[in-house]
Design a protein around this ligand. Sequence first.
Ligand code: PGA
Length: 254
Amino acid sequence: MAMRIPLIAGNWKMNTTLAEASVLVTEMREGLERIEGVEKVLCPPFLSLSLVRELLQGLSIKVGAQNMHFEEKGAYTGEISPLMLKELCDFVILGHSERREHFKETDQMVNEKVKAALAAGLTPILCVGERLEEREAGRAEEVVVRQGRAALQGIESPQRMVIAYEPVWAIGTGRAETGEGANATIGIIRDMMARLYSEGIAQGIRILYGGSVTAANVAEFIRQPEIDGALVGGASLKAEEFLSIVAQTVAIKK
Ligand code: PGA
């Protein structure tokens, strides 16, 4: 089986002023740097990217953005382009359910963004996940596969990208999916990758779980064979808890 390096990404969402971002990074950078064998990614708000990057200079901890526009430049007031991000970070979260829900991002827009990120040399963290009513209607698999296929339209080399399975009902609710449940759905996403591309590509792609991951439940997910790490929201804003999540991941996956 392909060796996939585990990845833990912290999605800070619309939290932290510059001063708060500085405190948070300073609290966790040394501890994070000491933990090897896992890729660590911090995704602060756009305005803190430059500062966080500077605070992490020379360290192995990577920086990611939480969104971007798909055009390189132009008359898109208020937007941030892949070229701008390229100067500041390596990763970009795309298609997060909060973007789909509150900012009306469609599968087509997510597809444009994934293409643009790959073209710019950024690593997209593509989020997919079903809403509660879709789950209750027994449509979780269908929704996740539809979102995944749509986001990958026209993409020939998806090797670098990361996928995050985040059931919408589990995000910020304290009601996480079970380890087995997340493992099963992530297995379905991997099968989809094998069908769209090849078994080799499917086995090489990292797929994360996200949705109410904490230091108390992360082990349940990381123990699962299909799950390669986590996209952590709320718990990534607490230095000690985030460090514990990263440390537990290495201890289990090594
Ligand atoms: P949460 O958020 O960990 O706060 O549930 C996860 C996410 O939205 O990426």
